[in-house]
Write a protein that binds this ligand. Sequence first.
Ligand SMILES: NC(=O)c1ccc[n+]([C@@H]2O[C@H](COP(=O)([O-])OP(=O)(O)OC[C@H]3O[C@@H](n4cnc5c(N)ncnc54)[C@H](OP(=O)(O)O)[C@@H]3O)[C@@H](O)[C@H]2O)c1
Length: 261
Amino acid sequence: MDLNLKNRKVLITGSGDGIGKALALAFAKEGAKVAVCARSQDRLDSLAGEIEGEGHLFQSADLGTAKGVETFYESAMKQLGQVDVLINNVGAILKLANFFELTDQDWEDSFQINLMSAVRLSRHCIPSLKQSACARIINISSIAAASPQDVFPHYSAMKAGLSNLTVSLAQTLAPDKILVNSISPGPVWSKSWEDEARNSGSDFEQTKKEIMEQTGKTVPLNRMGMPEDLAGLALFLASESSSWITATNFTVDGGVTRNPF
Ligand SMILES: NC(=O)c1ccc[n+]([C@@H]2O[C@H](COP(=O)([O-])OP(=O)(O)OC[C@H]3O[C@@H](n4cnc5c(N)ncnc54)[C@H](OP(=O)(O)O)[C@@H]3O)[C@@H](O)[C@H]2O)c1
């Protein structure tokens, strides 16, 4: 199925690793021009060496700040000249902690990166999206939005906010034919899980194997997700084939949540 994504201009946040990187590679493979960002330039340079096609942007920026979001947006517009698809992917747990261990600053940091990055970048991109013949915003939320966990209440609450924003923004932008949806992944092996395994103090490969096996047992499809597992749905939602789908959350979790409605 040709999704007709050639030369579409796609902004993807938090894309030096994990899901964002997999999406950047997948969109570029379809012929899209992507603008990606992360804080570490070396991860972006590594992605630049792997990606197909030309004319992409690899911008270092901290999206936890208004200035960083503006820098990314302005560089993307300079490079691509237009936004057709905005993928608000950046997000982070930042601290594994229960309610009593979280400070006001922890809540504030979580708010900035998990919710305000999407609010600010959407605000910047909407004027350009209005000019696009096939405009899309895709927010990467989490199954933690609807099934919160007490080891990261701040993150779960912010993801609930992002899923909620998806629906109100879809309504706001429907007259402009800008479709807004969210994707909620289940457990996907990525840099954050890798960092956890590295920081455990035990042998990395052994710890990785244990985490993948144990977490995989909680998934009906019997394995953790890989970043590439999110790509098919994101490509479809960015395409003309999704033209009557908006204000919807899609769960991609190997069957973890099993919510029929
Ligand atoms: N992996 C999962 O199990 C899972 C499950 C549900 C939902 N999600 C959601 O899926 C999205 C992607 O997660 P992931 O696990 O694939 O991420 P990841 O592998 O941890 O990668 C995160 C990317 O975002 C960048 N980043 C982090 N903070 C940033 C900041 N302040 N400014 C700019 N870039 C920043 C990181 O690079 P730098 O560190 O260099 O900045 C990195 O490239 C997130 O929204 C996450 O909440 C993930």
